[in-house]
Structure formats: structure tokens, C-alpha cells
Design a protein around this ligand. Structure first.
Ligand SMILES: [Fe+2]
Length: 331
């Protein structure tokens, strides 16, 4: 059976036609891909990639009860490109269900995070991350359900890419709850959150995925990932606030963090927030060396065992935010 398009990204796509909803396609823009219809048991070309998909096209297809079209994808990257180029339209559309918006956005953000890890110095990928952060802010500002939907998509297994998307969602939501509403501030912080661990690209995989405890030598290499990250984005026009987050997300307000042992308010608020959201998401997902903790247990560690590491006001707001999320999930 052909899966709905937004679900297809969870599977391997190999040279196949994938259905997409008409409402997903941005009108009057070039689609980048050919658009096909499924007529009498075969796929037929409807619109070439070099022609815009117009309102008339859409109305004509709706009238003919064709509420889906197809794009031909060699692999997942092709489908992801389709979503990315139509993402703003999908997020802003009144006709796309909120949970579908969250799914598409989550998949796009995950894809960009993956590309960022594979080609971290690519200016183009950094630019794409601006788009996905903008759309995340836009979706999250529409309703508190969007936050719950985004966070619920993560599952319990830790993957570098999903972790980055979760940290992005938690960070911009928490900053907004703390009263930081300036879109530019949130966007720059969001980019830093999405890319906070990009420096792990330079940490050998044996160290990153080691099931047991790291040796002192290995730990010294691991601790360099914030600085590696800053070096990686240096030439990619990353906003300064984003670079600060990459370097400072392991700093702790009691000075026990790394790499610089910064204390208290010397750590900017956005970096203080990422320190908490990063730790929380890492604890609540399965890792090669540790099973996922329940949110309650992770928060107990953050508030009690790691007392002094984090800004208590920020931790308090984070608790409130997660409580609201739990209530919404039980609705
Ligand atoms: Fe990190």
C-alpha cells in the first residue's frame, strides 16, 4: 500500500512515486520535481518541473476528485527536498491538519540536521537551517498543541539528528516562556540549538558510541566538541548567538562546566537554556550506555542531583512547561 507522503520519510524510499496532498504544494511556484497523476493503473506526467503549479491546476484536480498527486523520488532526499521547498506553504496552510504540519516539519528538520552533520561547513545547509528554524517558530507560535506534537514525534531512541530537533523545539519554547519573544533572538538561538553538537562530527565514532565509561584521554577529546563545533561553523555565516550556544552549551553556572568554566550570568541566557534542554533530552532517550529515564526522574536529577549546575529560574520554567505538555498530552 502506498503510504501517506509524510510517513514515507520514515521508510526507505527507492525509485518510487510518492503521493503528496494538493494542499502541500505552493501555488505559482516551480515545484523542482515533475508532478504525476495516477490514472488507470499507471502514472502519467501532469506538470513538468519547469512549469508552475497554479490555482487553476489545483481547482481542476479537486473537481476531478484527484486530491493527491505524485512525485517521483529516487530516495528520501528527493522527497525531503519537495517538503523543504514547500514547507512555508504547508506550515501556513489552513487546510493541512496540525499533526501533519508537525510531522513534515520534524522530518525536514531531521533531514537538515543529518545534512549538517554530513557537510557541516556547507553554507547552503546552514541557510536551509534558517528556513526550518523560521518554520518551527511559526508552527510553535500557532498553538501549544504544536509543541506537544513535535516533542511526541521524537520516540525514545537517541539519534543525533532527532536529538538536535528536540533541543531546537524545547529551546525556542522555553525561551519564549521565559519572555524572550523577539523573532530574531529566537531564530538565532534556534539555529544554535539545532547545531549545538555539530562539533561531535570531529570526535572519533569509537569514542562517541563507546558503551562503557570513557577513559580520561577519551573524555578530553569528547570535551573539545564545543570548540570543534565553533570552528566548523566559522565560515558558514552563523549568527554570533548561535556560535555562543555551540561553544557554551556545556558551561554550568557554578563554573564546573567546560570548555571555559564560565560562571553565572557570564553565560548568556540562550546558552543556559540549551544546557538544560540538551541534558534533559539526552537523559530521556535510550543511549548506547544508558536506558531512557522517565521525564520525572530526569527532572529530579536536574533539580536535585545537579543542583547548582543550572539557573534555578530557568529550571523552574522548564518544569512548568513540561507539566503543561503532560496535561495537554492527557487531554
Ligand atoms: Fe554537547
Amino acid at each position: 500500500m502506498i503510504q501517506a507522503a509524510f510517513e514515507s520519510l520514515d521508510q526507505n524510499i527507492e525509485k518510487q512515486y510518492v503521493p503528496v496532498e494538493l494542499d502541500f504544494i505552493e501555488l505559482d511556484s516551480l515545484c523542482e520535481q515533475n508532478i504525476y497523476l495516477f490514472v488507470q493503473d499507471r502514472f502519467v506526467l501532469y506538470r513538468g518541473a519547469n512549469l508552475p503549479f497554479t490555482l487553476q491546476d489545483k481547482l481542476r484536480l479537486e473537481k476531478a476528485k484527484q486530491n493527491k498527486v505524485y512525485i517521483y523520488c529516487e530516495n528520501e532526499a528527493d522527497l525531503r527536498r519537495f517538503y523543504e521547498s514547500n514547507l512555508t506553504n504547508i506550515i501556513e496552510s489552513d487546510k493541512v491538519a496540525p499533526e501533519k504540519k508537525a510531522k513534515v516539519l520534524y522530518q525536514c528538520a531531521k533531514g537538515i540536521a543529518k545534512d549538517l552533520f554530513e557537510k557541516p561547513t556547507s553554507t547552503e545547509t546552514i541557510q536551509r537551517s534558517r528556513g526550518v528554524v523560521d518554520n518551527t517558530l511559526s508552527l510553535l507560535s500557532k498553538s501549544s498543541d504544536a509543541f506537544v506534537q513535535m516533542i511526541s514525534l521524537s520516540g525514545h531512541d537517541y539519534y543525533t539528528y532527532t536529538h538536535c530537533v528536540n533541543v531546537l523545539t524545547l529551546t525556542v519554547s522555553l525561551l519564549s516562556d521565559l519572555g524572550y519573544k523577539d523573532p530574531r533572538f529566537l531564530k538565532e538561538a534556534g539555529m544554535g540549538a539545532l547545531l549545538h553538537d555539530v562539533g561531535k562530527k570531529k570526535v572519533p565514532i569509537e569514542i562517541l558510541n563507546k558503551p562503557g565509561k570513557l577513559t580520561e584521554e577519551e573524555w578530553q577529546v569528547m570535551k573539545r566538541h564545543p570548540e570543534f563545533g565553533a570552528e566548523i561553523v566559522e565560515r558558514a555565516r552563523m549568527p554570533e548567538r548561535g556560535v555562543d550556544i555551540i561553544i557554551q552549551h556545556h558551561e554550568r553556572i557554578n563554573g564546573k562546566g567546560y570548555p571555559h568554566g564560565l560562571v553565572g550570568q557570564d553565560i548568556p541566557i540562550a546558552s543556559q537554556v540549551v544546557a538544560i534542554t540538551d541534558a534533559y533530552d539526552a537523559m530521556t532517550t535510550n543511549r548506547c550506555y544508558q536506558k531512557a529515564m522517565k521525564p520525572f526522574d530526569a527532572m529530579r536529577i536536574i533539580t536535585q542531583e545537579m543542583k547548582g549546575h543550572y539557573n534555578p529560574q530557568v529550571v523552574q520554567k522548564f518544569l512548568q512547561m513540561l507539566n503543561v505538555k503532560n496535561k495537554l498530552q492527557k487531554k
